[in-house]
Ligand binder design. Structure first.
Ligand SMILES: Cc1cc2nc3c(=O)[nH]c(=O)nc-3n(C[C@H](O)[C@H](O)[C@H](O)COP(=O)(O)OP(=O)(O)OC[C@H]3O[C@@H](n4cnc5c(N)ncnc54)[C@H](O)[C@@H]3O)c2cc1C
Length: 262
């Protein structure tokens, strides 16, 4: 089975602050990490490799040259091949152009049975790239995957909903987007880290390599315009009601009714 895992290098948002005057992110000195949901995607691919024979994992990212570090970490965790899709022509891509560019890279990879994406990137936060990628590649997709079983060509997943989950079946090849409930990502061991830097390579593909036309990627191919960014004002302090006597419960019911919650 050939698996492609799309990972994005993101700023560690625990460390990111917003400039209150300009409303833009202060990125200086902020460490970069592999997006959390993408680590769950990678972990699931590695679990499949542990379970079945002949599983090959390619990790793919579109990003600047520094994204090499994220790919090395993925190799150290257990991926077999790493591809960095990087070109000045990609600068300013919105999700539409990003997904088109990744789709072109996946087409160049050629053979694949399963594509994993994280549900959502913690910086861009749109959750659009996975579903768009599936559309461009004409693949069935299931989002918000919290459990996965593969039996031959059949893929059975539990897909998280707000109030539970649904069980869906699809067939390979397909694209799945993953959430943190799926698994606990492993840490890379020392041997893995050593191999990732000494034995393994990260392939670098440009726009020319993936044969993407200039009008399909980058700023000019991006229909999204960011009109404004701002820091939301802090929420007011909540109200705490103590006790489970009749009066407290009545008070709670009144408050919920006032706010049209019930
Ligand atoms: C108008 C506009 C201009 C922009 N200009 C720039 C810019 O100049 N430079 C810049 O860095 N960003 C830019 N962005 C942000 C960029 O569009 C997003 O980072 C990118 O499209 C991914 O969207 P997202 O972060 O919402 O990912 P999501 O859709 O939330 O990500 C879902 C999943 O898709 C996969 N994925 C997402 N992005 C990648 C990737 N790059 N490689 C591999 N897998 C991926 C991951 O598995 C991820 O978990 C711009 C956005 C807009 C709207």
């Amino acid at each position: 089975m050939k698996i492609v895992v799309c990972i994005k290098q993101v700023p560690d948002t625990n460390e990111v602050k917003l400039d209150p005057k300009t409303g833009t992110l202060i990125r200086d000195g902020v460490p970069s990490i592999i997006n959390h949901d993408d680590k769950n995607a990678l972990e699931e691919a590695i679990k499949l490799k542990d379970k079945y024979q002949n599983v090959h994992i390619t990790v793919l990212t579109m990003g600047p040259p520094q994204a090499d570090v994220a790919l090395r970490e993925a190799l150290a965790m257990g991926a077999d091949r790493a591809i960095l899709v990087s070109d000045r022509a990609f600068a300013g891509s919105d999700t539409w152009a990003t997904a088109r560019t990744i789709a072109a890279a996946v087409r160049k990879i050629g053979e694949y049975d399963l594509i994993f994406c994280g549900r959502q990137a913690i910086d861009g936060d749109t959750a659009q790239v996975g579903p768009q990628l599936a559309e461009y590649l004409n693949l069935p997709q299931v989002t918000y995957v919290k459990h996965l079983e593969i039996n031959g060509e059949k893929v059975t997943v539990e897909r998280a909903l707000e109030d539970g989950y649904e069980v869906l079946e699809t067939t390979l090849p397909c694209l799945l987007t993953t959430i943190k409930e799926l698994n606990e990502p492993r840490y890379a061991n020392v041997r893995g880290i050593f191999d990732a830097y000494k034995e393994k390579t990260v392939e670098m593909w440009t726009a020319n390599d993936i044969k993407i036309a200039a009008d399909q990627t980058g700023l000019n191919a991006s229909p999204t315009n960011v009109k404004q960014t701002f820091t939301p004002s802090p929420k007011g302090q909540g109200t705490i009601l103590c006790g489970c006597d009749k009066d407290t419960i009545c008070e709670l019911m009144c408050k919920l009714q006032e706010k049209h919650i019930i």
